[in-house]
Design a protein around this ligand. Structure first.
Ligand code: CA
Length: 707
């Protein structure tokens, strides 16, 4: 392993007392309509295949600019129909697979759910080694959005992975042996790591998640050789008002602290976790990272409705060697809707009105596509790429022009807002094609009824978003439910960041989307919930090729060349927040083991179809309960919804309505109160619920099961 990161190419350069809200969403969104692609595709010749030296995919984002574009064109619009499976591997977990593989020196490295790491011969698929960090099962309780991991970093013969329980581990790339392991978080707090580390020269960067439960966010840099902490940058103030002896001390004291007022943040930590995106510009020597939402979400609860609450929902630029602050841009001041700015950051040099600009692009959850000048963070343009109702635009001062009714608060009513907390775009990576000047965005359209929890009380270690969740109960009326589903869609949008409009778009019936890869072959690769891995034409979005994976895909693909042959690699394995919370996002299919699928021209490998177990059934005749189903609805939505879905409709984690533990009070209590299944992630809730609460939850699930 002699790959050196300084070689990084920067070339391109009543429970039904309020079903009305859900019904409103359906009708409201239908009224908005969906913009359809109308542009006729341009016909262009397939580019000639050009011989390349073996082409790696050295980091999850393709390179330091995170464009996720492959210059390889051996697979192109003229021959993509010959693409076939070259090799595959089935993993030992059926939870969500969100990692993009990294390919260096002919070896493909990937992580899987539960932070496990694998190394394969990239051409043959031979497994070289695997590593299991043995994350304790109960850590799953801290993970807002499944036990996922979005990839590894590889540099100078080392592989780096962040684990769900907050460790950063360095492995020897040739053997998988542990070189060092360091704990990056206070493990007594509900921190998790799901994001991929990045390497800049001799530093490994890693953030963390946990803002739905309540933590204080930060980014850390560790020495790649030793695992020693080099610097740390906090994104929210220290509740004690004291310096942290960290890289962020100066900017917190001079700018950040005064943007926070009295509120729950002093208990919760405020949020602002750095859970996914980073990018590096070696010429400017700036490291950019995206910051998440606040805890609780409601600005009035969190900070008395006062102040911008820096650096929530911001892009921050620092010096990679020291963590010294350089600039920031806040996408959503006074964040109120879970509008994180952790979405992928893409660096590119583009012509804007005849002038070459060094830009940074992001499509954060709030629905606006931002083009910033990455030298100083000034706004070049911002335009909505999905339906947005919380703001009518972004003003020349860079601040959103808010729609006052969208800012729900502790005294107000429900506000129906687009985008939803899932975002106009979530972690699913986008791809930038410099030849065409297009960004391919996996976007989502969904309305959400936000309502503040009127009697919020902070619960240590539990979800602390501060929303009234009862109103998320699904409507009984099948037509209303169908309307809701129909109004909630995913999209692949080919976005022109200069013209500030979509060139074409493709609709997906399931909103929970998948990552994207564009290549110089004129192709855009993306999987979907139904289980197809698809190649679209980059110019018009026509579906040119597809492979039936038999399992939903959410991860982004990578492209590489090995022994003169081009490959496309993607992980299949459905999961993540959308699959857990919104039951229709899991198509009619049980949860299946994840697989790594690697394709090449004339690939002739075969794969066994999935063995799909039948859904279990239970007999509820004679099953009784003394619980109160009405109280159970509230308790369920406050404690269980995030993993088991609105109205106990979830099918991603075991469907509670068909679980045999429902049959007796004792069996239900042993799991829910006493934690009989803690090692699988279902911890006991005795800190939050008593016997009577648990029986009421059982009564509610029984009622749902009998419908
Ligand atoms: Ca969040």
């Amino acid at each position: 392993m002699n790959f050196n990161f300084s070689q990084w190419q920067y070339s391109r350069a009543s429970r039904f007392h309020r079903p009305v809200q859900w019904f409103l969403i359906a009708s409201f969104t239908v009224l908005l309509g969906c913009e359809q692609s109308t542009q006729a595709p341009e016909v262009i010749a397939a580019p000639d295949a050009v011989a390349h030296a073996d082409q790696p995919w050295p980091s999850v984002g393709g390179d330091a600019s995170e464009q996720r574009f492959s210059p390889l064109d051996k697979v192109n619009t003229g021959n993509v129909e010959r693409l076939g499976l070259a090799w595959s591997h089935e993993f030992d977990t059926s939870r969500g697979q969100e990692a993009t593989p990294v390919i260096v020196d002919g070896v493909l490295f990937t992580s899987t759910a539960w932070s496990k790491v694998y190394a394969f011969n990239a051409a043959s698929g031979e497994l070289k080694w695997s590593y299991d960090p043995e994350v304790p099962g109960e850590t799953a309780f801290n993970a807002c959005c499944d036990v996922v991991n979005r990839g590894v970093a590889v540099a100078d013969g080392r592989v780096f992975v962040g684990t769900l329980d907050g460790r950063l581990i360095a492995l020897e790339a040739s053997s998988g042996q542990v070189l060092w392991s360091t704990i990056t978080v206070d493990q007594d707090k509900p921190y998790t790591i799901t994001g991929a580390p990045r390497v800049v020269r001799d530093k490994v960067l890693i953030g963390n998640g946990g803002a739905e439960l309540g933590v204080r966010g930060y980014l850390s840099a560790y020495h790649a050789g030793s695992g020693e902490l080099a610097w740390r940058f906090y994104t929210t103030p220290n509740p004690d008002g004291l310096p942290d002896n960290a890289a962020s001390d100066e900017i917190l004291a001079s700018l950040v602290n005064e943007t926070w007022s009295e509120g729950e943040w002093k208990t919760s930590g405020g949020g602002g976790t750095v859970w996914d995106s980073m990018a590096w510009d070696p010429d400017l020597d700036l490291l950019y990272f995206g910051v998440g939402n606040g805890t609780p979400w409601d600005h009035t609860l969190r900070s008395g409705g006062q102040g911008d609450n820096l650096f929530l929902s911001s892009i921050v630029a620092v010096r990679p060697d020291t963590g010294e602050y350089v600039w920031h841009y806040q996408t959503t001041p006074g964040e109120n809707w879970d509008y994180t700015a952790t979405q992928q950051i893409v660096l590119a040099d583009i012509d804007v009105h005849g002038e070459s600009r060094k830009v940074l692009m992001q499509a954060p959850k709030n629905g606006f596509f931002y083009v910033l000048d990455r030298t100083d963070g000034s706004l070049i343009s911002a335009e909505n790429y999905v339906t947005v109702t919380w703001a009518s635009g972004i003003g020349e001062d860079g601040r959103p022009i808010e729609v006052p009714e969208a800012r729900y608060n502790v005294t107000g009513e429900v506000a129906l807002v687009l985008p939803s907390p899932f975002g106009g775009h979530n972690w699913h990576p986008m791809s930038y094609d410099a030849d065409r000047g297009l960004v391919y965005i996996p976007a989502m359209e969904m309305a959400f009824p936000y309502s503040s929890e009127k009697e919020f009380g902070y619960r240590e270690g539990q979800r602390n978003i501060g929303l009234e969740l009862d109103i998320l109960a699904l409507p009984d009326d099948p037509d209303a439910l169908q309307g809701l589903k129909d109004a909630t869609i995913g999209k692949l949008i080919a976005w022109d960041p200069v013209a500030r409009k979509a060139r074409w778009s493709v609709d997906h019936p399931h909103f929970w989307n998948a990552g994207v890869l564009a290549t110089a072959g004129g192709l855009v690769f993306q999987g979907n919930a139904e289980g197809d891995f698809v190649a679209y034409s980059a110019d018009g979005g026509e579906r040119l090729w597809e492979f039936e994976a038999g399992n939903g895909i959410i991860a982004a693909p990578a492209a590489f060349e090995a022994d003169g042959r081009q490959y496309i690699a993607v992980l299949a394995g459905y999961g993540g927040a959308g699959a857990m919370i919104v039951h229709w996002e899991l198509p009619d299919r049980p949860r299946l083991p994840g697989r790594l699928l690697v394709f090449a021209l004339d690939g002739e490998a075969t794969i066994d179809p999935y063995d799909t177990p039948k859904a279990s059934e239970i007999d509820l005749v004679g099953v009784t309960t003394a619980g109160d189903a009405v109280a159970g609805l509230s308790l369920f939505h406050d404690n269980c919804l995030a993993c088991h879905g609105a109205s106990a409709s979830g099918r991603y984690l075991p469907d509670l309505k068909t679980s045999s533990m429902l049959l007796t009070e004792e069996s239900f209590r042993s799991v829910v109160l006493d934690g009989a299944l803690a090692d699988r992630g279902m911890v006991g809730f005795s800190d939050y619920l008593d016997k009577q609460d648990v029986e009421s939850i059982r009564a509610y699930i029984l009622e749902q099961a009998r419908k």
